[in-house]
Design a protein around this ligand. Structure first.
Ligand SMILES: [Cu+2]
Length: 461
């Protein structure tokens, strides 16, 4: 985190010219985060008690208590965000990162949020899902004038109902969200709530997506649907931290979707229930067990379960192209196409040329292919048994007997008890018994070879 002295250094002459020292003291200190690592939960130093959340590859914004009001200071600004080791993106965010810090308050708290705009264009903040006075809702032009570059606005309201919320601009929205401006908001219940369980671990993250050309660093902001980086809190696998829990912990995971498509979120190992949406906790009679919950555009879901099975359990979006990183979308399906003849001819002209995907795409996770600078491999990550062949919206929940209460550190790979891992068998495999071959439509008996080639170019996901 930057210190107060750093803050004065960062604000520079321009800010000092427009804001007097006395006015600066009236605003809460700006706290900034310099790393994309998951920060430990922030226990409340004052106010009503609660069990804090852990933001995946993120952090919670500290506040200042002033005359019984929780005061926060968000700074909208350009940031450099590491999407995964090997790739940094030039995004817009808040207080040094994208997404911005998580804001945690308690039902009934009066909150005052100062928003300083250090972007090259105007902005606002909309507090998604909150009950608040209309003039605090943050739709630029409709509820308030936009916050011009260099200016600070203040929002103030009471966090009236407990739940899972988010914040994002409602000004030049397509650009500003495509650049990474968003953050999580959790309002904890005051005291015991009949529909809200006390949990041992409470994780949160936002689903977001970028369109960044291989070899570049700035998202293309006019992209409507054809994004190529699918991220949780602006991180792609293997840059997404695992959710580390203790065996038999009650676990809550809160997920919000600020991409332009839906994400069926799938957890291996245990069943869960959806216990809340951005509308609040769900009635108990409406809950059922499932292992995949769709989070549609602009929606939030909180899922809950008992982590009763040890191991490293995959947790991912079930759209398989969302567990991949940037790739040429125009790659045709090459499975089953024999390139032997043509490769000899091409290699005479281009010695290093290789064909991708002849036996499926798994080769790509192992191939030592030169990539443009600042580009993630399409499928990557190493597990204890080899390449994981994933990217994008993929992580793991690591459930361990020996994980300490309150310890969120990565316990390493699961050590499977002997005899509990799928393994090779040595017996010979017999040929299958097939029905007699039918004649082809032309009347000639024998194999019917079908070559499928997907059309290149497409719209929509
Ligand atoms: Cu998805």
């Amino acid at each position: 985190m930057t210190s107060r002295r750093d803050f004065f250094k960062l604000t520079g002459a321009a800010a000092a010219a427009t804001v007097t020292p006395a006015a600066l003291a009236r605003l809460p200190e700006i706290v900034s985060m310099g790393t994309p690592d998951t920060q430990p939960p922030l226990p409340p130093p004052n106010g009503r008690p609660y069990n804090p959340v852990v933001t995946l590859n993120g952090w919670t914004l500290p506040w200042r208590m002033k005359d019984g009001v929780k005061e926060f200071h968000l700074v909208a600004e350009p940031v450099v965000r590491e999407i995964a080791p090997g790739m940094k993106a030039h995004l817009w965010g808040y207080n040094g990162q994208s997404p911005g810090p998580t804001i945690e308050v308690v039902e009934g708290d009066r909150v005052r949020i100062f928003v300083t705009n250090r972007l090259p264009e105007h902005t606002t903040i909309h507090w998604h899902g909150q009950r608040l006075p209309n003039g605090m809702d943050g739709v630029g032009g409709l509820n308030q004038p936009h916050i011009p570059t260099g200016k600070t606005f203040v929002y103030e309201f009471v966090a009236r109902r407990p739940g899972t919320f988010m914040y994002h601009p409602h000004a030049d929205e397509m650009t500003q969200m495509a650049m990474g401006m968003m953050g999580f908001w959790v309002t904890h219940p005051k005291g015991k709530h009949p529909l809200i369980e006390t949990v041992d671990r409470d994780f949160c993250f936002l689903l977001n997506a970028y369109d960044i050309d291989p070899g570049s660093a700035t998202p293309m902001v006019n992209t409507m649907l054809d994004f190529n980086l699918w991220t949780w809190n602006s991180r792609a696998f293997p840059g997404i931290d695992s959710l580390n829990v203790r065996l038999n912990d009650r676990v809550r995971v809160r997920i919000g979707n600020l991409t332009m498509t839906n994400h069926p979120m799938h957890l291996h190992g245990v069943e869960f229930e959806v216990t809340g949406t951005d509308g609040g906790p769900t009635p108990k009679g409406s809950r059922w067990s499932e292992v995949t919950a769709d989070v549609a555009v602009g929606q939030m879901r909180q899922i809950e379960f008992i982590a009763s099975e040890e191991g490293d359990w995959a947790f991912h979006c079930h759209k398989s192209h969302h567990t991949m990183n940037a790739m040429g979308h125009a790659t045709p399906t090459m499975i089953g196409v024999d390139h032997t003849g043509i490769m000899k001819k091409i290699n005479k002209l281009v010695p290093d040329y290789m064909v991708m995907g002849e036996r499926g795409m798994a080769d790509m996770a192992e191939m030592e292919m030169p990539l443009p600078d600042n580009t993630l491999p399409m499928m990557t990550g190493q597990g204890p048994y080899g390449p994981v062949e994933m990217g994008g919206m993929f992580s793991m929940m690591k459930v361990r007997r020996e994980q300490k209460r309150g310890d969120y550190s990565d316990p390493g790979w699961y050590k499977h008890p002997p005899g509990t891992v799928a393994r090779e068998v040595s017996e010979a495999v017999a040929e299958p018994v097939r029905a007699p071959q039918a004649a082809s439509p032309q009347g000639a008996p024998g194999d019917i070879e079908v070559t499928v080639r997907k059309p290149t170019g497409h719209a929509g996901h």
